[in-house]
Write a protein that binds this ligand. Sequence first.
Ligand SMILES: Nc1ncnc2c1ncn2[C@@H]1O[C@H](COP(=O)(O)OP(=O)(O)OP(=O)(O)O)[C@@H](O)[C@H]1O
Ligand SMILES: [Mg+2]
Length: 243
Amino acid sequence: MEPEFTIDVHGMTKIFDGKTVVNGMDLRMRRGEICGFLGPNGSGKTTFIRMLCGLLHPDGGSGSCLGYNVIRESEKIRLESGYMTQRFSFYEDLTIAENLDFVARMFSLPGRRASVEAALEWLGLANRRNQLAGELSGGWKQRLALAACMIHKPRLLLLDEPTAGVDPKARRQFWDTIRTLADGGLTVLVSTHYMDEAIRCDSLAYIAYGNLLVHGTPAEVAGDSTLEEVFVRLMDGVEDSYH
Ligand SMILES: Nc1ncnc2c1ncn2[C@@H]1O[C@H](COP(=O)(O)OP(=O)(O)OP(=O)(O)O)[C@@H](O)[C@H]1O
Ligand SMILES: [Mg+2]
């Protein structure tokens, strides 16, 4: 049976070179929830995401992710999570289809060909299958990245600033896709520096310098102010990440 909370972790901590970069963070997310992860540069978003999906061993903390023990069962979590890294990259001299095939091999997917075909169809990549990844625009690269991290049908999607460098129309389409996936039961944690994305999330978690300061619905986070006002206040000092 699916656990009520896809993510239910407490006291997650990471220390690098004696410096605490994630400081006892708690986070709970329900199945099918989209949580926007906000915070200034260097506040620990990527580090937290990597601890959740089993790529980085926490120095403290406990709880579960996808029903598995977040400390002891990291390999199982990794295999059932899709993780789009902050600066995703492909083999630029391979085609779209070849890149997806490569990812499918890494996961040792049974029925690899069918999985690649399904991913191509699903994101409208089929008629571009023979295009080289290096020649794609930002929006198509992003679709390829999403197809690659969904190819093994994960139950949790971790997106680390997925829309940096993508034009507004492609971003809107991307978010429509994410919402459809969440409606189907996929849980999504997405870090972003964009207000128009934050507003599309079911909940927002704001982290600054390793500490989780707020977690709630956009309305709860905004309180008596507009979300826009709160956002500007919270994100002050991160303008240089707006490119
Ligand atoms: N492998 C590492 N070794 C040492 N320090 C690290 C390592 N990874 C991250 N850090 C440090 O941990 C802190 C948090 O970094 P992290 O990348 O998690 O922040 P972030 O919120 O994702 O930032 P951004 O918005 O710029 O992506 C930073 O001070 C960073 O320099
Ligand atoms: Mg980061």
